[in-house]
Design a protein around this ligand. Structure first.
Ligand SMILES: Cc1cc2nc3c(=O)[nH]c(=O)nc-3n(C[C@H](O)[C@H](O)[C@H](O)COP(=O)(O)OP(=O)(O)OC[C@H]3O[C@@H](n4cnc5c(N)ncnc54)[C@H](O)[C@@H]3O)c2cc1C
Length: 506
């Protein structure tokens, strides 16, 4: 397996389960779980928000699988650098690429390169202690916009209003804990192009926003108006009708809208007629604000050169990104107000407004990276495949012995559990090919050959026992502070604890 995230681990499990039922000795399959990081579990460790410890319980399930003696963890080994396609073809009967997705999609609007414009993954990898990212993250924005209406956008918005005290029990590394101490965010706007019925939030994640102490959620009541009597054009009427039907027919959408309506109702009951009034009241009461702004498409991130170190701007700006100086920082997010179209889509109205912000976080999706020598479809940013069998091009022929699973196979959607059925599908075909004798015989199938090759290349492999040493160390660091774990801050610290090569040679 190349990649030890959920997909790689679930694919290993499926392969071993197949072996248990098809190979009487039960020793016929040996799986190497290879990862470029010294620690396993991919986005489960470096994506799932730290204030979601409930979900991290899945780590225990994955741990249970990974502890099977037929699985060898080979961490700190990068495919494409430490091992090439030619190497793995020479060493294994079959290779499953499960390398996930770690980079941010862009919005394709001016100003995305300004200081203060971040991809969600930049923030997420920082707060989740990804060992390779800069330990400093500038949490200096008073007003931030998060673009996107999926659960990652909710994670980012929620984390932006967190205090260090609220993160005390989590496993974030110490430098991240310290970083949150300087967090100045007061107002976080979650921006979506379309109306709330088209948001991809899950109800549980949305409801969590209501549980953060010191935070008020603000909703614009107009965004929740699906009454086609209140529209000006036939297209708007049709759009409102479609939204209302979706709200009534889809259970998840209904629950999401019900939660938003509950917040709007609380504002109304408090005598606050508009979202602006509700925001002002919350700030006056000393709360932070998370505000949902639907039906607004970002068209430009606006920058200004005069902003201070924090890039603060409380007034609307008249400077476009193109006019700003080289040290320009984000001062506003320009939004075009949208309206629904008769076919259920959305179009811009030409009317824009500038939302004054000091930082913009794009949570518009992740993107997989291509792997050296492995076919890659740029359009979808996935490995072309037929139910997990890697194809030489989209719609092309299968390459015997090469398979794929998880986000790099299907694109960056779906929760952790989705990767299990995805991996089962892939392994089903792998074992079919094994049974049919169509997997190529490796030139050097000795299970020790890969370790010898890596040692020869001077790769500091973090193997299973070395990872356990890191695991124990992190648990010890956590225990000392009364929490389950405290993550180590970087790769060097991990390798140091793991004992590097010397340990792996034992
Ligand atoms: C911000 C965020 C929050 C999320 N929160 C939740 C949540 O709360 N609940 C939930 O169920 N799901 C959540 N998800 C979704 C979940 O994380 C994914 O479904 C899942 O991690 C995808 O699994 P994967 O194995 O395909 O990829 P990944 O988890 O990305 O694992 C890929 C692995 O491959 C390794 N790798 C990459 N390139 C190489 C290479 N060249 N050589 C060797 N190794 C390599 C990586 O280091 C990584 O360990 C979240 C996702 C994100 C982005």
């Amino acid at each position: 397996m190349i990649g030890s995230g959920p997909a790689g681990v679930y694919a290993s499990e499926a392969l071993l389960e197949w072996s248990d039922s098809h190979d009487e000795s039960g020793r016929g399959v040996v799986v190497d779980l290879i990862d470029r990081l010294p620690v396993p579990y991919g986005l489960l460790r470096h994506g799932v928000a730290p204030d979601h410890p409930r979900i991290k319980g899945i780590a225990r399930t994955l741990e249970g699988i990974a502890q099977d003696p037929r699985i060898r963890f080979l961490g700190n080994v990068e495919f494409g650098t430490d091992l090439t396609l030619a190497d793995v073809r020479r060493l294994y009967h079959a290779v499953v690429f499960a390398t996930g997705a770690l980079t941010d999609r862009t919005m394709g609007i001016p100003g995305e390169d300004l200081a203060g414009s971040f991809g969600a993954a930049e923030f997420v990898t920082w707060y989740d202690g990804h060992p390779d990212v800069d330990p400093d993250f500038p949490l200096t924005a008073r007003r931030a916009a998060v673009v996107g209406v999926g659960n990652v956008a909710l994670d980012v918005a929620r984390m932006l209003v967190r205090t260090p005290e609220q993160l005390e029990a989590t496993d974030i590394p110490e430098h991240v804990r310290e970083g949150f101490a300087g967090n100045t965010a007061q107002i976080v706007s979650v921006v979506g192009r379309r109306g709330p019925v088209y948001a991809k939030f899950t109800p549980l994640e949305l409801r969590e926003m209501a549980k953060i102490e010191g935070v008020t959620v603000v909703v614009d009541p107009d965004d929740l108006d699906y009454d086609d009597d209140n529209t000006d054009t036939p297209a708007q009427s049709a759009g409102s009708r479609a939204a209302r039907e979706l709200r009534e027919s889809d259970r998840r959408v209904g629950q999401v809208c019900a939660q938003l309506e509950k917040w709007a109702g609380a504002q109304r009951d408090a005598g606050l007629a508009t979202a602006d009034e509700a925001e002002a009241a919350a700030l006056a009461a000393g709360d932070k604000v998370v505000r949902f702004r639907f039906n607004r498409a970002p068209v430009e991130i606006v920058g200004g050169g005069e902003a201070g170190a924090g890039g603060r701007s409380d007034s609307e700006t008249d400077g476009g990104a193109g006019e700003a100086g080289a040290d320009a920082r984000v001062t506003a997010l320009r939004l075009e107000i949208t309206e629904p179209t008769a076919d259920g889509g959305v179009r811009g109205t030409g009317r824009t407004e500038d939302l004054p912000v000091d930082a913009v976080f794009r949570a518009v999706g992740y993107r997989s990276s291509s792997l050296e020598g492995v076919p890659f479809a740029d359009r979808t940013a996935t490995i072309p495949h037929d139910e997990g069998r890697v194809l030489d091009s989209p719609g092309g022929d299968p390459i015997p012995g090469l398979f794929t699973a998880g986000w790099v196979k299907r694109g960056p959607t779906g929760v952790i559990g989705t990767n299990r059925s995805c991996a089962v599908e892939t392994v089903g075909h792998l074992t079919e090919d094994l049974a049919a004798g169509t997997l190529p015989d490796p030139a050097d199938g000795d299970p020790q050959a890969v370790r010898e090759l890596l040692l020869e290349r001077g790769v500091e492999v973090v193997d299973g026992p070395a990872w356990l040493a890191i695991d124990e160390h992190e648990k010890g660091l956590g225990e000392a502070a009364g929490r389950e774990r405290t993550k180590l801050p970087n790769r060097a610290a991990m390798i140091d604890v793991a004992g590097g090569l010397s340990r792996c040679q034992q």
